[in-house]
Design a protein around this ligand. Structure first.
Ligand code: NAD
Ligand code: LMR
Length: 332
């Protein structure tokens, strides 16, 4: 028997990530090839015509799984009954801007959309915040939507996770699908800590630690980290626009694994509400290694953290605490 459609909200749907993301969702990349979807697309009035154009293209593409499209500039209409909310709407960083520069514009959007989601989304709606500053926007959304369970509000660091896999695959000349269990700790910013300490590669001789195969700790402790930390800025420099297809694809990965589960023995990185694991202060949305099962994530426990890593975990937590204070000062 055919499944009931799932309602998926994409905010900022007329923007460049939205344009890459909605066809992926309509094709089943996010929720599976047997899962019908109804897309809810929200943007602001100046983008209404472009948003309608995206709707026309969705109709024209005749996606078999797409059972309906709501395209609107009304947040309440957009949020009503949604099971999954992918929050992309906001102002992107331009060349030369730090992520903090976009803070004041974006946190006030997330405060107001928190209320619309809390009041009108389906019970147990899962929320993924993509728009920057992603961790802090997600935190503001959580704080102003107190009736949404905190475990349902997450932010995207899967793009950074995938970037880390990509860098290792290029360095070792192996398939990216054979690399797993990197970790992105902390903020989706240049203080994030891409950690390959526990990562492995599937080789003909079995699973091998990345640290053994790279045989150059210096690269893993320096260039690997900075390349992943700075990749967003490098894309902006090259494209004069921030990443879009990789962000959209990673957003699909994030939701797919959350809803359908992570493969056995594999963890992924998600920005989630800290419970104090690894001595990360609670009260922050922080990226941790997680596994997902039955629609719930849980933080991998018991990984060894050496002094090098400890300092990096603390540094990115400190930045998130400062961003939180700045966000509240922007809202007051
Ligand atoms: P974009 O400017 O192309 O699109 C953003 C869209 O949001 C626009 O259509 C705009 O009209 C809309 N918008 C603005 N205010 C809104 C509101 N209040 N409600 C609904 N829609 C609204 O930007 P983009 O390149 O698609 O990037 C979107 C966001 O994602 C940016 O904040 C960017 O920095 C961020 N981003 C995050 C990651 C990540 O990994 N977390 C990666 C890439 C980009
Ligand atoms: C990215 O990581 O590509 C985006 O978050 C762009 C940015 O603002 O860094």
């Amino acid at each position: 028997m055919a499944k009931d459609p799932v309602r998926v909200l994409v905010t900022g749907a007329a923007g460049q990530i939205g344009y890459a993301l909605v066809p992926m969702i309509a094709r089943g990349v996010m929720l599976g090839a047997d899962q019908p979807v109804i897309l809810h697309m929200l943007d602001i009035p100046p983008a209404a015509e472009a948003l309608n154009g995206v709707k026309m293209e969705l109709v024209d593409a005749a996606f078999p799984l797409l059972k309906g499209v709501v395209a609107t500039t009304d947040a309440i209409e957009a949020c009503t009954g949604v099971n999954i909310a992918v929050m992309v709407g906001g102002f992107p960083r331009k060349e030369g801007m730090e992520r903090k520069d976009v803070m004041s514009k974006n946190v006030s959007i997330y405060k107001s959309q928190a209320s619309a989601l809390e009041k009108h989304a389906a019970v147990n709606c899962k929320v993924l915040v993509v728009a920057n500053p992603a961790n802090t926007n997600a935190l503001i959304l959580k704080e102003f939507a107190p009736s949404i369970p905190e475990e349902n509000i997450t932010c995207l660091t899967r793009l950074d996770h995938n970037r880390a896999l990509g860098q290792i695959s290029e360095r070792l000349n192996v398939q990216v699908s054979d690399v797993k269990n990197v970790i992105i700790w902390g903020n989706h910013s240049s203080t994030q800590y891409p950690d390959a300490t526990h990562a492995t590669v599937n080789t003909p001789a079995g699973e091998k630690p990345v640290r053994e195969l790279v045989a150059d700790d210096q690269w893993l402790n320096t260039e690997f980290i900075t390349t992943v930390q700075q990749r967003g800025a490098a894309i902006i420099k090259a494209r004069k626009l921030s990443s879009a297809l990789s962000a959209a694809s990673s957003a699909c990965d994030h939701i797919r694994d959350w809803v359908l589960g992570t493969p056995e023995g594999t963890w992924v990185s998600m920005g989630v509400y800290s419970d104090g694991s690894y001595n990360v202060p609670s009260g922050l949305i922080y990226s941790f290694p997680v596994t997902c099962k039955n629609g719930e994530w849980s933080i991998i426990q018991g990984l060894s953290i050496d002094e090098f890593s400890r300092n990096k975990l603390d540094l990115t937590a400190k930045e998130l605490s400062e961003e939180k204070d700045l966000a509240y000062s922007c809202l007051s």
